[in-house]
Design a protein around this ligand. Structure first.
Ligand SMILES: [Zn+2]
Length: 93
């Protein structure tokens, strides 16, 4: 018998996202429930965190959509997204 484990998350389970600077590896946490602007440059070393205006525009739209949809609560209950869970060495489960 073959079994397959699938992992799903609901919008309410997405609490934040993290940005990590490629240059100095400082990490920034963006909590979706708190007003905070997406960082374009690293406050620690001033390196670009987002490569271009188009990427920045899409990220801002994506974040705004996430914030809006999370606020819809019960109306979207039952909507789940499949995620991939990797082992600590980066391999697939
Ligand atoms: Zn940096």
């Amino acid at each position: 018998m073959t079994t397959e484990t699938r992992h799903f998350i609901e919008l309410s389970e997405i609490l934040a996202f993290e940005q990590e600077c490629d240059s100095c590896h400082v990490r920034f946490l963006f909590e979706l429930d708190r007003e905070r602007r997406l960082s374009v440059t690293c406050p620690a070393c001033n390196a670009d965190l987002v490569s271009g205006d188009k990427d920045l525009e899409h990220l801002r739209t994506f974040i705004a959509s996430l914030q809006y949809l999370r606020g819809r609560g019960e109306d979207l209950k039952g909507l789940r997204f499949q995620i991939e869970v990797l082992n600590t060495d980066g391999s697939k489960s």
